[in-house]
Design a protein around this ligand. Sequence first.
Ligand code: GUN
Ligand code: FE
Length: 421
Amino acid sequence: MTIRIIKGNIISAPEFGRIRITEHGYLIAADGKIKGIYQDLPQEYEGLAAEDYGDALVMQSFADMHLHGPQYPMIGMNMDMPLLDWLNTYTFPTEARFKDKDYAKEISRKLAAELAANGTTRICMFSSIHREGTLILMEELEKAGITGFVGKVNMDRFGGADYQETTEESVSETIRWLEECHFDHIKPVLTPRFTPCCSDALMEKLGKLAKECSLPIQSHLSENTGEIRWVSELHPDCSQYWETYLKYGMWNERTLMAHCVWSDEREQKAMKDAGVWVVHCAASNENLVSGFAPIRKMLNGGVKVVLGSDIAAGDKLSMFENIASAVRASKARRIMDDWKTDFLTIPEAFYLAASAASAFFGDAPGFAPGNSLHAVVLEDDELPSAKPLSVMERFERCIYRRQANAVRAVYSEGKKIFERE
Ligand code: GUN
Ligand code: FE
Protein backbone atom coordinates (compact mmCIF):
# COMPACT_ATOMS: atom_id res chain seq x y z
CA MET A 1 0.00 0.00 0.00
CA THR A 2 1.28 3.48 -0.89
CA ILE A 3 0.74 5.99 1.88
CA ARG A 4 0.86 9.71 1.20
CA ILE A 5 1.13 12.08 4.15
CA ILE A 6 0.65 15.77 3.29
CA LYS A 7 1.32 18.35 5.98
CA GLY A 8 0.08 21.95 5.96
CA ASN A 9 -3.02 24.01 6.67
CA ILE A 10 -5.71 21.62 5.44
CA ILE A 11 -8.76 23.38 3.96
CA SER A 12 -11.91 21.70 2.66
CA ALA A 13 -15.61 22.33 2.05
CA PRO A 14 -17.53 19.43 3.60
CA GLU A 15 -20.86 21.26 3.34
CA PHE A 16 -22.26 24.17 1.33
CA GLY A 17 -21.13 27.34 3.09
CA ARG A 18 -18.87 25.63 5.63
CA ILE A 19 -15.08 25.56 5.45
CA ARG A 20 -13.17 23.09 7.60
CA ILE A 21 -9.65 24.15 8.54
CA THR A 22 -7.04 22.03 10.31
CA GLU A 23 -4.01 24.22 10.97
CA HIS A 24 -0.67 22.49 10.58
CA GLY A 25 -2.48 19.20 10.19
CA TYR A 26 -2.11 16.06 8.13
CA LEU A 27 -4.02 14.91 5.07
CA ILE A 28 -3.40 11.20 4.57
CA ALA A 29 -4.21 8.98 1.60
CA ALA A 30 -3.63 5.26 1.00
CA ASP A 31 -3.39 4.09 -2.61
CA GLY A 32 -4.82 7.41 -3.76
CA LYS A 33 -7.87 7.28 -1.46
CA ILE A 34 -8.24 9.66 1.46
CA LYS A 35 -8.00 8.13 4.94
CA GLY A 36 -8.69 11.36 6.79
CA ILE A 37 -7.60 14.75 8.08
CA TYR A 38 -5.73 14.67 11.37
CA GLN A 39 -4.46 17.33 13.74
CA ASP A 40 -1.78 14.95 15.00
CA LEU A 41 -0.12 12.20 13.05
CA PRO A 42 -1.79 8.88 13.98
CA GLN A 43 0.62 6.41 15.51
CA GLU A 44 0.33 3.93 12.66
CA TYR A 45 1.93 6.43 10.27
CA GLU A 46 4.81 7.44 12.52
CA GLY A 47 8.19 7.03 10.90
CA LEU A 48 6.78 7.36 7.36
CA ALA A 49 7.99 10.24 5.21
CA ALA A 50 5.62 13.23 5.06
CA GLU A 51 5.43 15.89 2.36
CA ASP A 52 5.72 18.91 4.61
CA TYR A 53 4.45 22.13 3.05
CA GLY A 54 5.05 24.19 6.19
CA ASP A 55 2.59 27.07 6.52
CA ALA A 56 1.13 26.65 3.00
CA LEU A 57 -2.57 26.12 2.29
CA VAL A 58 -3.51 22.58 1.27
CA MET A 59 -6.95 22.74 -0.25
CA GLN A 60 -9.29 20.69 -2.39
CA SER A 61 -8.51 21.08 -6.07
CA PHE A 62 -11.20 22.11 -8.56
CA ALA A 63 -13.67 20.62 -11.00
CA ASP A 64 -14.27 22.68 -14.15
CA MET A 65 -17.59 21.24 -15.27
CA HIS A 66 -17.93 23.10 -18.56
CA LEU A 67 -15.24 24.18 -21.00
CA HIS A 68 -14.45 23.79 -24.70
CA GLY A 69 -10.97 22.37 -25.36
CA PRO A 70 -10.73 23.46 -29.02
CA GLN A 71 -11.61 27.04 -28.02
CA TYR A 72 -8.48 27.22 -25.82
CA PRO A 73 -6.41 29.24 -28.35
CA MET A 74 -9.20 31.81 -28.50
CA ILE A 75 -9.10 32.75 -24.80
CA GLY A 76 -9.11 36.50 -24.30
CA MET A 77 -10.30 37.27 -27.83
CA ASN A 78 -13.52 37.87 -29.72
CA MET A 79 -15.92 38.69 -26.93
CA ASP A 80 -17.62 41.51 -28.79
CA MET A 81 -20.75 39.70 -29.96
CA PRO A 82 -23.68 37.89 -28.37
CA LEU A 83 -23.83 34.10 -28.47
CA LEU A 84 -25.23 33.22 -31.89
CA ASP A 85 -23.09 35.70 -33.86
CA TRP A 86 -20.07 34.81 -31.72
CA LEU A 87 -20.50 31.12 -32.59
CA ASN A 88 -20.78 31.72 -36.34
CA THR A 89 -18.13 34.43 -36.63
CA TYR A 90 -15.37 33.18 -34.38
CA THR A 91 -16.06 29.92 -32.64
CA PHE A 92 -17.00 27.47 -35.38
CA PRO A 93 -14.01 28.46 -37.57
CA THR A 94 -11.68 28.09 -34.56
CA GLU A 95 -13.06 24.66 -33.63
CA ALA A 96 -12.82 23.56 -37.28
CA ARG A 97 -9.02 23.78 -36.95
CA PHE A 98 -9.16 20.68 -34.70
CA LYS A 99 -9.35 18.58 -37.86
CA ASP A 100 -5.55 19.02 -38.07
CA LYS A 101 -4.13 16.36 -35.75
CA ASP A 102 -0.78 18.05 -35.09
CA TYR A 103 -2.57 21.26 -34.17
CA ALA A 104 -5.03 19.37 -31.96
CA LYS A 105 -2.14 17.73 -30.14
CA GLU A 106 -0.31 20.98 -29.49
CA ILE A 107 -3.43 22.77 -28.25
CA SER A 108 -4.48 19.82 -26.07
CA ARG A 109 -1.05 19.46 -24.50
CA LYS A 110 -0.88 23.14 -23.58
CA LEU A 111 -4.42 23.14 -22.23
CA ALA A 112 -3.82 20.03 -20.10
CA ALA A 113 -0.64 21.53 -18.64
CA GLU A 114 -2.35 24.82 -17.80
CA LEU A 115 -5.26 23.02 -16.12
CA ALA A 116 -2.88 21.01 -13.94
CA ALA A 117 -0.79 24.07 -13.06
CA ASN A 118 -3.94 25.88 -11.90
CA GLY A 119 -5.23 23.10 -9.69
CA THR A 120 -8.07 21.93 -11.94
CA THR A 121 -7.94 18.14 -11.68
CA ARG A 122 -11.45 17.19 -12.77
CA ILE A 123 -13.18 18.33 -15.92
CA CYS A 124 -16.24 17.89 -18.06
CA MET A 125 -15.17 19.17 -21.47
CA PHE A 126 -16.54 19.67 -24.98
CA SER A 127 -14.19 18.74 -27.79
CA SER A 128 -14.94 19.47 -31.46
CA ILE A 129 -16.92 17.44 -34.00
CA HIS A 130 -13.74 15.54 -34.92
CA ARG A 131 -13.35 11.97 -33.66
CA GLU A 132 -9.57 11.95 -34.00
CA GLY A 133 -9.08 15.39 -32.49
CA THR A 134 -11.27 14.33 -29.57
CA LEU A 135 -9.22 11.18 -28.94
CA ILE A 136 -6.04 13.30 -29.04
CA LEU A 137 -7.52 15.73 -26.52
CA MET A 138 -8.52 12.85 -24.23
CA GLU A 139 -5.08 11.31 -24.48
CA GLU A 140 -3.27 14.54 -23.61
CA LEU A 141 -5.54 15.16 -20.60
CA GLU A 142 -4.98 11.59 -19.45
CA LYS A 143 -1.20 11.96 -19.82
CA ALA A 144 -1.26 15.17 -17.76
CA GLY A 145 -3.13 13.41 -14.93
CA ILE A 146 -6.42 15.26 -15.40
CA THR A 147 -9.54 13.15 -14.77
CA GLY A 148 -13.18 13.36 -15.87
CA PHE A 149 -15.21 13.43 -19.06
CA VAL A 150 -14.72 14.65 -22.63
CA GLY A 151 -17.28 14.61 -25.44
CA LYS A 152 -17.04 14.60 -29.20
CA VAL A 153 -19.45 17.35 -30.22
CA ASN A 154 -22.49 16.40 -32.31
CA MET A 155 -23.92 18.95 -34.73
CA ASP A 156 -25.58 18.25 -38.07
CA ARG A 157 -26.97 21.71 -38.87
CA PHE A 158 -26.29 25.46 -38.61
CA GLY A 159 -22.52 25.03 -38.37
CA GLY A 160 -21.75 26.59 -41.76
CA ALA A 161 -20.02 24.91 -44.70
CA ASP A 162 -16.84 23.94 -42.83
CA TYR A 163 -18.12 22.84 -39.48
CA GLN A 164 -20.93 20.35 -39.53
CA GLU A 165 -21.56 16.68 -40.04
CA THR A 166 -24.34 14.80 -41.79
CA THR A 167 -26.71 13.09 -39.39
CA GLU A 168 -25.32 9.68 -40.37
CA GLU A 169 -21.70 10.80 -39.97
CA SER A 170 -22.43 12.32 -36.61
CA VAL A 171 -23.88 9.06 -35.32
CA SER A 172 -21.37 6.67 -36.91
CA GLU A 173 -18.36 8.78 -35.87
CA THR A 174 -19.73 8.96 -32.33
CA ILE A 175 -20.11 5.18 -32.17
CA ARG A 176 -16.60 4.74 -33.54
CA TRP A 177 -15.24 7.28 -31.06
CA LEU A 178 -16.92 5.42 -28.18
CA GLU A 179 -15.33 2.17 -29.36
CA GLU A 180 -11.91 3.81 -29.55
CA CYS A 181 -12.00 5.45 -26.09
CA HIS A 182 -9.65 3.45 -23.91
CA PHE A 183 -8.51 5.81 -21.20
CA ASP A 184 -8.32 5.07 -17.48
CA HIS A 185 -9.25 8.50 -16.17
CA ILE A 186 -10.87 10.34 -19.08
CA LYS A 187 -14.26 8.91 -20.01
CA PRO A 188 -16.75 9.76 -22.76
CA VAL A 189 -19.77 12.04 -22.30
CA LEU A 190 -22.42 12.41 -25.00
CA THR A 191 -22.34 15.98 -26.30
CA PRO A 192 -25.13 17.35 -28.50
CA ARG A 193 -23.82 20.92 -28.90
CA PHE A 194 -27.20 22.50 -28.21
CA THR A 195 -30.70 21.97 -29.57
CA PRO A 196 -30.42 24.38 -32.56
CA CYS A 197 -27.38 22.55 -34.00
CA CYS A 198 -28.91 19.05 -33.78
CA SER A 199 -31.71 17.85 -36.07
CA ASP A 200 -34.61 15.94 -34.55
CA ALA A 201 -33.29 12.75 -36.15
CA LEU A 202 -29.87 13.27 -34.54
CA MET A 203 -31.36 14.11 -31.15
CA GLU A 204 -33.41 10.94 -31.28
CA LYS A 205 -30.40 8.76 -32.11
CA LEU A 206 -28.25 10.39 -29.41
CA GLY A 207 -30.94 9.88 -26.79
CA LYS A 208 -31.05 6.18 -27.67
CA LEU A 209 -27.26 5.94 -27.56
CA ALA A 210 -27.11 7.62 -24.16
CA LYS A 211 -29.52 5.02 -22.82
CA GLU A 212 -27.95 2.00 -24.53
CA CYS A 213 -24.41 2.88 -23.49
CA SER A 214 -25.44 4.43 -20.16
CA LEU A 215 -23.58 7.65 -20.91
CA PRO A 216 -23.68 11.00 -19.14
CA ILE A 217 -24.83 13.94 -21.29
CA GLN A 218 -23.67 17.55 -21.52
CA SER A 219 -25.15 20.44 -23.45
CA HIS A 220 -26.23 24.10 -23.25
CA LEU A 221 -29.54 25.48 -22.01
CA SER A 222 -31.26 28.88 -21.86
CA GLU A 223 -28.07 30.92 -22.20
CA ASN A 224 -29.31 33.76 -24.38
CA THR A 225 -32.76 35.15 -25.20
CA GLY A 226 -32.23 34.95 -28.99
CA GLU A 227 -31.22 31.31 -28.63
CA ILE A 228 -34.36 30.57 -26.60
CA ARG A 229 -36.59 32.18 -29.24
CA TRP A 230 -34.88 30.16 -31.95
CA VAL A 231 -35.43 26.89 -30.05
CA SER A 232 -39.12 27.69 -29.64
CA GLU A 233 -39.39 28.18 -33.43
CA LEU A 234 -37.57 24.90 -34.10
CA HIS A 235 -39.64 22.96 -31.57
CA PRO A 236 -43.12 24.52 -31.45
CA ASP A 237 -44.39 21.44 -29.61
CA CYS A 238 -42.16 22.20 -26.63
CA SER A 239 -43.33 24.94 -24.30
CA GLN A 240 -39.82 25.42 -22.89
CA TYR A 241 -36.25 24.84 -24.07
CA TRP A 242 -35.51 22.03 -21.58
CA GLU A 243 -38.36 19.98 -23.02
CA THR A 244 -36.37 19.53 -26.24
CA TYR A 245 -33.84 17.48 -24.23
CA LEU A 246 -36.57 15.68 -22.29
CA LYS A 247 -38.33 14.77 -25.55
CA TYR A 248 -35.29 12.78 -26.68
CA GLY A 249 -34.40 11.10 -23.38
CA MET A 250 -31.53 13.40 -22.48
CA TRP A 251 -32.84 14.93 -19.26
CA ASN A 252 -31.78 12.98 -16.18
CA GLU A 253 -29.50 12.89 -13.13
CA ARG A 254 -26.41 12.46 -15.33
CA THR A 255 -27.22 15.48 -17.53
CA LEU A 256 -25.10 18.64 -17.21
CA MET A 257 -26.64 21.81 -18.65
CA ALA A 258 -24.38 24.85 -19.02
CA HIS A 259 -25.57 28.41 -18.34
CA CYS A 260 -29.34 28.28 -17.55
CA VAL A 261 -29.24 32.08 -17.29
CA TRP A 262 -32.90 32.51 -18.25
CA SER A 263 -34.35 29.37 -16.64
CA ASP A 264 -37.57 30.40 -14.92
CA GLU A 265 -39.23 28.68 -11.98
CA ARG A 266 -40.81 26.00 -14.14
CA GLU A 267 -37.53 25.15 -15.87
CA GLN A 268 -35.72 25.17 -12.50
CA LYS A 269 -38.30 22.80 -11.04
CA ALA A 270 -37.84 20.48 -14.03
CA MET A 271 -34.11 20.41 -13.22
CA LYS A 272 -34.71 19.73 -9.57
CA ASP A 273 -37.24 16.97 -10.26
CA ALA A 274 -35.01 15.21 -12.80
CA GLY A 275 -31.74 15.77 -10.91
CA VAL A 276 -30.22 17.69 -13.84
CA TRP A 277 -27.04 19.63 -13.02
CA VAL A 278 -26.70 23.34 -13.75
CA VAL A 279 -23.19 24.43 -14.72
CA HIS A 280 -22.86 28.09 -13.80
CA CYS A 281 -20.45 29.96 -16.10
CA ALA A 282 -20.50 33.47 -14.67
CA ALA A 283 -17.58 34.98 -16.61
CA SER A 284 -18.91 33.70 -19.92
CA ASN A 285 -22.39 35.00 -19.15
CA GLU A 286 -20.94 38.50 -18.75
CA ASN A 287 -18.51 38.31 -21.68
CA LEU A 288 -21.21 37.32 -24.18
CA VAL A 289 -23.70 39.70 -22.52
CA SER A 290 -25.97 36.72 -21.84
CA GLY A 291 -27.15 37.78 -18.38
CA PHE A 292 -26.86 36.94 -14.68
CA ALA A 293 -28.09 33.47 -13.76
CA PRO A 294 -30.44 33.19 -10.74
CA ILE A 295 -28.04 30.92 -8.87
CA ARG A 296 -29.22 31.71 -5.34
CA LYS A 297 -32.77 30.93 -6.31
CA MET A 298 -31.70 27.63 -7.87
CA LEU A 299 -29.71 26.67 -4.79
CA ASN A 300 -32.61 27.56 -2.49
CA GLY A 301 -34.88 25.45 -4.68
CA GLY A 302 -32.64 22.40 -4.37
CA VAL A 303 -31.14 22.46 -7.88
CA LYS A 304 -27.63 20.98 -8.15
CA VAL A 305 -25.21 23.72 -9.21
CA VAL A 306 -21.54 23.37 -10.21
CA LEU A 307 -19.12 25.81 -11.88
CA GLY A 308 -17.55 25.98 -15.33
CA SER A 309 -14.97 28.27 -16.90
CA ASP A 310 -16.67 27.91 -20.29
CA ILE A 311 -13.41 28.67 -22.05
CA ALA A 312 -13.30 30.57 -24.42
CA ALA A 313 -16.51 32.55 -23.88
CA GLY A 314 -15.10 32.57 -20.37
CA ASP A 315 -11.75 34.34 -20.28
CA LYS A 316 -10.03 32.64 -17.32
CA LEU A 317 -9.03 29.00 -17.06
CA SER A 318 -8.16 29.24 -13.34
CA MET A 319 -11.06 28.22 -11.12
CA PHE A 320 -9.83 30.69 -8.47
CA GLU A 321 -10.86 33.40 -10.94
CA ASN A 322 -14.11 31.64 -11.78
CA ILE A 323 -15.06 31.45 -8.11
CA ALA A 324 -14.49 35.21 -7.88
CA SER A 325 -16.59 35.70 -11.04
CA ALA A 326 -19.44 33.66 -9.56
CA VAL A 327 -19.40 35.78 -6.41
CA ARG A 328 -19.34 39.03 -8.41
CA ALA A 329 -22.18 37.86 -10.67
CA SER A 330 -24.26 36.97 -7.62
CA LYS A 331 -23.81 40.54 -6.40
CA ALA A 332 -25.01 41.92 -9.72
CA ARG A 333 -27.95 39.53 -9.49
CA ARG A 334 -28.69 40.85 -5.98
CA ILE A 335 -28.92 44.36 -7.42
CA MET A 336 -31.23 43.09 -10.20
CA ASP A 337 -33.41 41.31 -7.61
CA ASP A 338 -34.01 44.52 -5.60
CA TRP A 339 -31.59 43.35 -2.91
CA LYS A 340 -33.87 40.37 -2.20
CA THR A 341 -31.45 37.52 -3.06
CA ASP A 342 -28.23 37.01 -1.10
CA PHE A 343 -24.94 37.01 -2.94
CA LEU A 344 -22.68 33.95 -2.76
CA THR A 345 -20.06 33.96 -0.02
CA ILE A 346 -16.53 32.74 -0.74
CA PRO A 347 -17.09 29.51 1.23
CA GLU A 348 -20.27 28.89 -0.79
CA ALA A 349 -18.66 29.58 -4.16
CA PHE A 350 -15.59 27.49 -3.21
CA TYR A 351 -17.94 24.61 -2.40
CA LEU A 352 -19.49 24.92 -5.87
CA ALA A 353 -16.05 24.72 -7.51
CA ALA A 354 -14.42 22.08 -5.29
CA SER A 355 -17.11 19.92 -3.67
CA ALA A 356 -20.43 20.26 -5.50
CA ALA A 357 -19.39 18.06 -8.43
CA SER A 358 -18.10 15.27 -6.15
CA ALA A 359 -21.28 13.23 -6.53
CA PHE A 360 -20.93 13.37 -10.33
CA PHE A 361 -17.60 11.57 -9.86
CA GLY A 362 -18.86 9.18 -7.18
CA ASP A 363 -17.24 10.97 -4.24
CA ALA A 364 -18.52 12.80 -1.15
CA PRO A 365 -18.00 16.55 -0.53
CA GLY A 366 -14.78 17.73 1.12
CA PHE A 367 -11.73 15.59 1.88
CA ALA A 368 -14.06 12.74 2.92
CA PRO A 369 -12.54 9.35 3.76
CA GLY A 370 -12.74 7.13 0.69
CA ASN A 371 -12.60 10.02 -1.80
CA SER A 372 -9.81 10.08 -4.39
CA LEU A 373 -7.15 12.55 -3.33
CA HIS A 374 -7.55 15.78 -5.35
CA ALA A 375 -5.66 18.66 -3.78
CA VAL A 376 -3.76 21.85 -4.49
CA VAL A 377 -0.98 23.34 -2.35
CA LEU A 378 -0.82 27.12 -2.38
CA GLU A 379 1.78 29.50 -0.98
CA ASP A 380 1.05 33.11 -0.02
CA ASP A 381 4.10 34.01 2.07
CA GLU A 382 5.18 36.82 -0.28
CA LEU A 383 1.91 38.77 -0.15
CA PRO A 384 1.89 41.87 2.06
CA SER A 385 -0.48 42.04 5.01
CA ALA A 386 -1.28 44.79 7.49
CA LYS A 387 -1.75 42.38 10.39
CA PRO A 388 -1.31 38.70 11.11
CA LEU A 389 -3.94 36.81 9.12
CA SER A 390 -5.94 33.76 10.12
CA VAL A 391 -5.89 30.76 7.80
CA MET A 392 -9.52 31.58 6.94
CA GLU A 393 -8.55 35.11 5.92
CA ARG A 394 -5.67 33.78 3.84
CA PHE A 395 -8.04 31.28 2.19
CA GLU A 396 -10.55 34.02 1.34
CA ARG A 397 -7.83 36.24 -0.07
CA CYS A 398 -6.35 33.53 -2.27
CA ILE A 399 -9.56 33.38 -4.31
CA TYR A 400 -8.97 36.97 -5.45
CA ARG A 401 -5.24 37.39 -5.04
CA ARG A 402 -2.32 35.02 -5.36
CA GLN A 403 1.41 35.67 -5.54
CA ALA A 404 3.32 34.77 -8.71
CA ASN A 405 3.72 30.98 -8.96
CA ALA A 406 1.54 30.51 -5.89
CA VAL A 407 0.63 26.92 -6.77
CA ARG A 408 3.34 24.74 -5.25
CA ALA A 409 1.91 21.28 -5.98
CA VAL A 410 -1.21 19.60 -7.35
CA TYR A 411 -2.49 16.06 -6.67
CA SER A 412 -5.03 14.27 -8.85
CA GLU A 413 -6.40 10.82 -7.98
CA GLY A 414 -3.60 10.42 -5.50
CA LYS A 415 -0.79 11.27 -7.93
CA LYS A 416 1.29 14.42 -7.83
CA ILE A 417 0.66 15.87 -11.29
CA PHE A 418 2.29 19.29 -10.84
CA GLU A 419 5.19 20.55 -8.80
CA ARG A 420 6.62 24.04 -9.05
CA GLU A 421 10.28 24.03 -10.01
N1 GUN B 1 -23.93 27.28 -27.12
C1 GUN B 1 -23.63 26.44 -28.12
N2 GUN B 1 -22.32 26.34 -28.31
C2 GUN B 1 -21.74 27.13 -27.40
C3 GUN B 1 -20.37 27.45 -27.08
O1 GUN B 1 -19.42 26.98 -27.70
N3 GUN B 1 -20.18 28.35 -26.07
C4 GUN B 1 -21.21 28.88 -25.37
N4 GUN B 1 -20.94 29.73 -24.38
N5 GUN B 1 -22.48 28.60 -25.64
C5 GUN B 1 -22.74 27.74 -26.65
FE1 FE C 1 -20.19 26.33 -23.54
